[in-house]
Design a protein around this ligand. Structure first.
Ligand code: EPZ
Length: 423
């Protein structure tokens, strides 16, 4: 198993960093490539991540032609002709995000079978909102032997109110609605930039999706969709991760082509602490003197609130800022495990249900730590940069799902970090 070794304590990140296409955009975009029965879809700026290979295998398992040119960061998908109804268990079971192929297969074939995604370390991750929405559109849903089967001769447009603005459920229902009869209105919909990116591709394919980025989506069904070309939006979470890395090492880093609008909640919190964030032509520059930063209170919320996917990384920043900071995680029920590992590095924190009190500013010591999920891995590596001594981070399969050459990018900015392949 590979591990990452960081010699920390005096790291000061300086320079500029290039950000990849967004993992949380490309996965639903790949699901959308199931929909067109004419033409071919070309996705560019595709990140080279293990989750992308998994989703390519899920789509390819439907007898759809998928070509991933890693040199060009391009995926070309030809879904013409008859496609299969059943997503391959072998791949779906590896990645719960695969559930977003359910809506497209059902809309295209009138029948779909996808294995029920399990929970994960950050929460139980139910899919009741996905299924309730499809039933509201006329689908018969059964759950037998761990599989979900959905059937609908033709989905019917209707109005769906989402109990919670679930990102995946919004994506599943939006895609299903593109080929339904009539108009579907999704209220209390998710508003993340990745939702907007998906709507852009669907409309390029000939769909009629309005309101993406607001809490009300209106989708008017059409008979069929055709292939299109689309560049994956930049990964705002990777960009945000490097903003935090710069802030916690008293660095000066330009995050190239970063989109201010996509990270407003994070940027406003960084500025509240005293971090200097400027919007330059070439991207967003982040500068800080960590010793002068002030503690803050942060609450994660669906977009446009503070993103839960930046929570772990931000607690690493809170750990180095002198004083009492508070992090409230309202989206997932078990997303503080990185704090248990940081305790091994000398971080003092108390966790009470959805709230973590972080007593920042004390010296941290390097230690061997274990990553429990994708963003926790990134947070532990960032903490290793500021801890005195050596930190090793194992179980990098989590990290590789969402970060491309993470250690190389940090090393290029001045971190003393390497990745060694283990036994
Ligand atoms: C997406 O997951 C992201 N993943 C997650 O990123 C991200 O944390 C999450 O949105 C929230 O922003 C991808 O886009 C591939 P949700 P998703 O449905 O769609 C509850 C990362 O680190 N819920 O918005 O699964 C659920 O339990 C990953 O990149 C229901 O109750 O998130 C959770 O508490 C982690 N019923 C909350 O909503 C449902 O039917 C948010 O889930 C669906 C969700």
């Amino acid at each position: 198993m590979d591990k990452i070794i960081i010699n920390g304590g005096k790291t000061q990140l300086k320079g500029e960093v290039v950000i990849e296409g967004a993992k949380n955009a490309v996965l639903p975009l790949l699901a959308a490539t199931i929909l067109p029965e004419e033409g071919v879809t070309k996705l560019t700026n595709v990140p080279i991540l293990s989750d992308v290979f998994t989703m390519n295998n899920v789509v390819g398992g439907l007898d759809i032609k998928v070509d991933f040119d890693q040199e060009q960061n391009t995926v070309i998908v030809d879904a013409q002709g008859q496609i299969l109804d059943e997503a391959p268990y072998e791949y779906v079971s590896k990645m719960r995000a695969s559930i977003v192929v359910l809506g497209p297969i059902l809309a295209r074939n009138g029948h779909a079978k996808v294995s029920m995604p399990g929970g994960c370390t950050i929460g139980s991750r139910p899919i009741d909102l996905h299924l309730k929405g499809l039933e509201a559109m006329g689908a018969q849903i059964t759950q037998i032997g761990g599989d979900i089967t959905a059937t609908a001769e033709k989905l019917k447009g209707t109005t769906i109110y989402m109990d919670f603005p679930s990102v995946g459920a919004t994506q599943n229902l939006m895609m299903a609605a593109t080929l339904a009869e009539g108009v579907t209105t999704i209220e209390n919909a998710a508003r993340e930039p990745e939702i907007v990116d998906l709507a852009l591709l669907l409309n390029k394919m000939g769909a009629d999706v309005k309101g993406a980025g607001t809490e009300t989506l209106t989708i008017t069904g059409v008979d069929k969709l055709h292939g299109a070309e689309h560049a994956v939006v930049q990964d705002r979470i990777e960009a945000g991760t490097f903003m935090v890395a710069a802030a916690m090492t008293s660095g000066d880093v330009l995050i190239k082509d970063a989109v201010w609008e996509h990270n407003r909640p994070l940027i406003s919190k960084l500025m509240e602490m005293g971090v200097e964030v400027t919007d330059e032509t070439a991207g967003i520059r982040v500068k800080a003197d960590t010793s002068k930063l002030k503690p803050v209170t942060v609450k994660t919320l669906p977009h446009p609130g503070f993103p839960t996917d930046m929570q772990a990384q931000f607690t690493a920043l809170m750990a180095v800022v002198k004083g009492e900071s508070t992090m409230i995680e309202t989206v997932f029920e078990n997303r503080f495990q990185h704090l248990e590992e940081m305790r091994r590095m000398g971080l003092h924190s108390e966790i009470l249900r959805d709230t973590a009190m972080i007593h920042g500013g004390s010296d941290l010591q390097g230690a061997p730590v274990m990553s429990t999920d994708l963003r926790a891995s990134a947070a532990l590596i960032l903490t290793g940069m500021v801890a005195n001594g050596t930190t090793t981070v194992g179980k990098l399969t989590h990290l590789d799902r969402g970060y491309y050459k993470f250690h190389e990018k940090l090393a290029a900015l001045g971190a003393d970090i390497e990745r060694v392949s283990g036994e």
